[in-house]
Design a protein. Sequence first.
Length: 432
Amino acid sequence: MVSTALASSLARRNIHYGWVVVAATFLTMLVTAGAMGAPGVLIKPLQDEFGWETSQISSALAVRLILFGLMGPFSAAFMNYFGIRKVIVFAMALIGGGFVGSLFMTELWQLLLLWGVVVGFGTGLTAMVLAATVSARWFTKHRGLVVGMLSASSATGQLVFLPLMAELTERYGWRATVFLVCGMIMFAALIVLAFMRDRPSDLNLPAFGEEHVTQPPPTQSGLLAMLATPMTVLKEISGTSTFWILFATFFICGLSTNGLIQTHFVTLCGDFGIVPVAAASVLAVMGIFDFFGTIGSGWLSDRFDNRWLLFWYYGLRGLSLLFLPFSDFSFYGLSIFAVFYGLDWIATVPPTVKIAADRFGREKAGLVFGWVFAGHQLGAATAAYGAGWSRTELQSYLPAFFIAGAFCLLASILAITLKKSGLHQPAAAGAH
């Protein structure tokens, strides 16, 4: 097998195969996130061709975001039962099928089915839980850094492809962008088939940072028992204030990122006379700064009190969103927004994962984060529909941005209400 030969070759160079798995996972999350971001540049073309209102298109995107989040805990169960590689390839097939089908749609219900339900399920299988699962299985050392890298790939993928998508849409129509997405999905699926492996023990390797090969835990008796695990964990953690604070803050995280900026920023800029390619370029700048900001957040989360990291992240994001309506949408104003907002786009993920692991234990961390991430996507769906409704009914997106900014300031306060008990002390967290 390709992976076995490559693992042996890398071992002779003292390179762990886990980094190959990280690279394959990075590409997967980058591409699927690009697919998630694609509709952000397609709202106006769909309006022009089909005559649909912004609120109607936004309803399909809201359904997608809800399913994207709700699939998180169950995607972890699927990965445990079927294996990471099979789940990723199946997810790619769903996403690709949803986009291919949209080439032939003529009715709004078809948009809801294809971009809402089918793409929602597919992208949900490759959500942030994938990053948490890969990092937990393959890494003991540098796990925070790996979570930061993979989190950055997800957010960056939503942004860096947008200028190309906007250019394609402007020159050749929205269907050209759909073809691009399908090509990206197919390429990533082939890479996963060739190089992804479920666990280090599949290649007779220890996890990175360990000396002995750890065999996987015994599989539960059946798929139904495996699927019941997320509900059992939810029942257990729902009685704790920590879970609900993490859920609420991540709801606000989604409210102020995916559902708002990713979905509506290009159209918002169009309302102020900025062409889609230029607006998408601003998003790409955010993606570049996000990449470094999120990796830096992973490094910081191993060394400092994660509650205060979240306080600063949400507070600065809120101030950025409150600043945007006063930027006059000038080059300098949007540049300032892109830098500060971009650094903070998804920097909240590593501290949130770290708190979940510290409070609920390593074995439950993935499932707990899956439920917290569901809150993120419920917030994203709320903003996706709510901002679209604001533009349709109030003739302006700006109220949605003021509301999101205010909620971010609330999240910063909620973060520091978490009790310090149970958190790693900074010195201990940084020790090896």
